[in-house]
Design a protein around this ligand. Sequence first.
Ligand code: SAJ
Length: 421
Amino acid sequence: MQKICIIGLGYIGLPTAAVFARAGFDVVGVDINAQVIELLNKGEIIIEENGLPEVVKEAVESGKLRAALAPEAADAFIIAVPTPVHEDHKANVDYVVSAVKQIVPHVQKGDVIIVESTIPPRTIDDVVAPIFKEAGFNPEKDIHLAHCPERVLPGRILIELVENARIVGGLTPEAAEKAADVYRRVVTGDILVTEAVTAEMSKLMENTFRDVNIALANELSKICGALGVDAHKVIELANRHPRVNLHQPGPGVGGHCLAVDPYFIVEKAPEEAQIIKLSRDINNSMPDYVVDQVLRMTGDIEKPTVALLGLTYKGNIDDVRESPAIEIVEKMIENPRFDVRVHDPHVRGEQVKFPLVSFEDAIAGAHLVVVLADHNEFKELNKEIFVAGMARPVVFDTKNCTGLTSTDGLTVHKIGDLRGL
Ligand code: SAJ
């Protein structure tokens, strides 16, 4: 086992490629984006992730990692392409299907083929294996087909790729073992061998667990808003119970995992998946809830200037996919009542469809600042900056991250504490 071909050089495929190259494999990374390929071959990347630029540069310079537009023969193939959802929330596995079709001509008997992309239950059995069958392979005997879901947290990807336990689900027990061998070369965490469908379901339930718990926290926020209670204090106190772990409320749930994966279960078992569907609805309702509170906070001003800080789906990353902050910004721009200014120190202009301004320009003369992402930059802001720069110093902290409290000259509202509004 020497050579690995990785399809998809995004947030998962690229760090995975770099980690395998660092471990001594010959790695070829494949992507449809020519710019990504060209840059990577120079040792450069466009993704923001802790430590990744250095590891990639070293891997490319050592000759162990290179990029190409088309796949080539290898001992193992890893597919790490996106699985978005269609408008109707059904999984779109088109990229996975096309990646599999792309590698088929290069696959030889005995190769290991691993799908890391998140997929609905039974996709390996019902969608991927049949493609190999059609191409003349016996998917249970000629090749080793497995689903090994990625489980890394953006911001900690390089650490978690190596240290997290890894679920390896094979189409056959032998396929699972062969795929496990690939990961054993780089992973220090436990390797948990199982069947493909169990791996698919486990991965989906990890993110669903988190989504449902966040929905509970968001619902708690709304309840506390209606009853005049501080939800943040409630969470802090309740979590002192040894078996309680309430999650944190926020402006909604974003990213391409939590906001998407639960639908893959709903799709396959709509009658049974009740809490899962309701949780999605509750989390999806949060952007409207935030805009409603902004309307309440600025109702007495004819055309308030509102500064929106933070666009990414969570703090200290540059990823705006499925970000509730983007939805909030777009809703507010569409509403002629507001004069909106937007700032995010981690986001480049070309990532969004509206103009971005500097922090100073965003808050100058504003009647309300709304914090939508928990970037470190926003955690360090002090009261004086707002009091000096804003027309009316009011901050709405939807991530409860600034540490600011209402004191002389500054009013602070939080997503879970709207007392005084
Ligand atoms: N969020 C809250 N409240 C919380 C925690 C998170 O509102 O208490 C929000 C975040 O702000 C964000 C969203 O949830 O909008 C998702 O963020 P996250 O940090 O929970 O997770 P992701 O999407 O960055 O990564 C998740 C991880 N899954 C789990 O923790 C179970 C990661 O390990 C997976 O690899 C990743 O999904 C994936 O790719 O599936």
